[in-house]
Design a protein around this ligand. Structure first.
Ligand code: ZN
Ligand code: ZN
Length: 163
């Protein structure tokens, strides 16, 4: 039997501190032998500071304010692609928005629980689901890449307010 801790690892995107997220990102970049440039670091901070997933244009706005100059969309998209490639940020396809990853040190597939009330997102790593999908892929000889499951609903906080 798997212990609960292994079975179900969950993290709400907050309140992990920005400082912790940035120092973790620096370690990941060092390990991957890539550079966390100023724009990349600032974008990571912007994503972490937000309590909700952010769209690329919101990120562009915030970055332009922070750096006191107009930042072009390609700069933002390139930096986001870098952050995604290095596992520091995830893109939520259904929202076309970005969130910081609380588990950047590990290879993982994940389930995103997206609250329709407060728009907060919880990232869950659920091993049995991962194993099931990998099993399906291997049985169908489908090359497994990654899985991101996006689930919409109401978080416990919002449902207790509503009750
Ligand atoms: Zn993640
Ligand atoms: Zn909620």
């Amino acid at each position: 039997m798997l212990t609960n801790a292994r079975l179900f690892q969950q993290s709400y995107q907050h309140p992990q501190s920005i400082t912790a997220a940035i120092s973790q990102a620096k370690l990941v970049c060092e390990r991957n032998n890539v550079r966390l440039t100023l724009a990349r670091e600032e974008i990571l901070k912007i994503v972490w500071l937000s309590h909700q997933p952010l769209g690329a244009y919101q990120i562009q706005d915030e970055l332009s304010k922070l750096l006191s100059k107009k930042i072009a969309p390609p700069t933002v998209y390139r930096a986001l692609a870098f952050l995604i490639d290095n596992g520091l940020v995830h893109k939520l396809t259904s929202l076309n928005a970005y969130v910081g990853c609380p588990f950047p040190n590990s290879e993982h597939s994940n389930i995103f629980l997206i609250c329709k009330g407060c728009r907060k997102v919880a990232e869950v790593v659920h091993l049995p689901t991962n194993e099931t999908i990998q099993d399906v892929c291997s049985k169908t000889k489908f090359g497994f890449d990654a899985q991101h499951i996006e689930v919409f609903g109401t978080c416990s906080n919002c449902s207790s307010h509503r009750a």
